[in-house]
Design a protein around this ligand. Structure first.
Ligand code: GLY
Ligand code: MN
Ligand code: MN
Length: 492
């Protein structure tokens, strides 16, 4: 088949556009957005650095130990960067630095200073500012509080307005991240294209006797060779019943004849990531039980994708997938019926216990509210998200204990918020006991089967685009691709 070609239209203006909008929305708030910090792995070795998503979204500045200040109240310096200073010796060890000069010339700051100048500068800049935008809970808390406290003391003595409130600027920023610009859509499409090609290669590369890690290496080789900077999250390459562990990342087991392989992995491109899952038989042919479970998950996935359109409340997608999955599980004999009782009492959660999707973008679980005033947020053109139903029949689920208690996800979430997770969990376990429990035997042929199918959807003006449909999903197409051989070598 002919694969689509990436035709970039992105320009560096995108950060300037975002800053202008952010500054506009800040009103009279001066906002401080810190960059990410390097994390020590051991001794003098750091984990791979990836910039903080909010910071990068506004600045495009890739280095750690930096702070961006957005001050709509200043005429000529509304965007100021604090960065590491140039240091020939350190740069010879750890890489190039832009320095304050580069921050202005190459990254568009109105002014820039070294990071150690931040505290005194910020305290002074607070004069006349009444509102500070800063996300509490980060490693700069003490310095921000110190600057505000000392500015307040001076303000009271000298009689200028005091910085009286601290608000979280992420509310503005995350709304901006939620609806993708043409630049972001372009990059997201490319992340999806690269990820899809990697998944296709993995399907061809996997075979009995190879290992999860070898398949991961082949797929990530494809990602990198197509220009991806890094993976969007740790690749999940889960053979056999490892697929029943949602965040399985060991990826170190051999692949066996007769097993399914679940791969949840994606490439990041220009700081936007895809998020694709496919599940396929290692030997190229689904067994009857695998096929039966796969068909239910596929039906749910397609049913959810079918209803995607502007105006659909986000929460409707999960409701639809629960309906289809539960009806399918009852038909297969995985759960007792009727399906509406299995939904009302949450029995389906034995085998489907995660959400049906999440926003997608700069982060794999991207920013933005899912509800407005408690109700599912209506989709609008430019939103991107995943659709990812699954069924996971862990080997130890041969017999399951079900309750007659009514399941109310929202009430449980409120209880968890108010009482803490462990007390809420204990209360729910007690409520289940009180309502009466019974055991149910799960057909043995399904034990150890885990299936998830995940595509990436972009809402358009008149419907949706499936950005990841380059990876086959029907049983016939999946089996046909797995039957092809990868040309990538295997060593040893
Ligand atoms: N790969 C993470 C997720 O699917 O949410
Ligand atoms: Mn996902
Ligand atoms: Mn995923």
């Amino acid at each position: 088949m002919t694969l689509p070609v990436y035709a970039p239209t992105m320009t560096n203006d995108r950060y300037a556009h975002r800053r202008a909008e952010f500054l506009d929305q800040l009103g009279d708030t001066i906002a401080v957005i810190p960059a990410g910090q390097e994390q020590i792995r051991n001794d003098d070795v750091e984990h791979a650095f990836r910039q903080n998503s909010d910071f990068f979204f506004l600045t495009g500045f890739p280095e750690p130990d930096a702070i961006a200040v957005f001050d709509p109240g200043h005429d000529t310096e509304s965007y100021v960067l604090f960065v590491r200073e140039r240091d020939v010796e350190m740069e010879a060890w750890n890489g190039r630095r832009a320095g304050p000069e580069g921050a202005v010339e190459r990254f568009g700051a109105d002014a820039a200073h070294t990071i150690d100048e931040f505290d005194a500068w910020f305290r002074k800049r607070l004069r006349g500012r009444t509102s500070v935008g800063y996300t509490l809970g980060g490693s700069y808390d003490a310095r921000i509080v110190q600057a505000i406290t000392s500015a307040k003391a001076s303000a009271e003595r000298l009689g200028f307005p005091i910085p009286a409130s601290v608000s979280d600027p992420r509310h503005i920023l995350h709304e901006m991240r939620l609806v993708k610009s043409p630049f972001e859509i372009d990059a997201l499409r490319e992340a999806c294209r690269i990820s899809a090609i990697g998944h296709r290669e993995a399907m061809k590369y996997a075979s009995p006797g190879r290992t999860e890690g070898q398949v991961q290496a082949a797929m990530e080789y494809v990602f990198a060779s197509l220009g991806s900077e890094r993976v969007g999250y740790g690749s999940i390459v889960a053979g056999g019943d490892n697929a029943c562990i949602l965040h399985y990342v060991e990826n170190d087991q051999p692949l066996n004849d007769g097993d399914l392989l679940l791969i949840d992995a994606a490439a990041e491109f220009h700081h936007l990531t895809a998020d694709i899952t496919r599940t396929f038989p290692v030997n190229g042919t689904f067994s009857a039980a695998q096929r039966a479970v796969y068909e239910v998950v596929l039906e749910a996935e397609q049913a959810v994708i079918d209803i995607c359109a502007p105006g659909l409340p986000f929460t409707d997608m999960h409701e639809r997938s629960v309906e289809v999955l539960t009806a399918g599980m009852v038909d297969l004999g995985l759960l007792p019926g009727p399906a509406d009782e299995a939904i009302a009492k949450g029995w389906y959660r034995e085998f489907f216990f995660h959400g049906t999707g999440h926003w997608l973008g700069v982060d794999v679980h991207d920013a933005g509210d899912y509800r407005i005033d408690g109700k599912g947020r209506p989709l609008v053109s430019g939103m991107a998200f995943t659709v990812e139903p699954g069924i996971y029949v862990a080997p130890e689920k041969g017999s399951i204990s079900l309750s007659h208690a009514e399941y109310d996800a929202d009430a449980l979430a409120v209880a968890s918020f108010e009482l803490g997770a462990s007390k809420a969990k204990a209360d729910w376990a007690q409520a289940r006991e009180d309502a009466g429990m019974f055991d149910f035997e799960v057909p043995e042929e399904f034990l150890g089967i885990g299936v998830r199918i995940e595509d990436n959807i972009l809402i358009t003006d008149d419907g949706y685009a499936n950005l990841t449909d380059l990876v086959p999903v029907s049983i016939a197409d999946v089996e046909a691709l797995v039957a092809e051989r990868s040309e990538l070598p295997i060593f040893g």
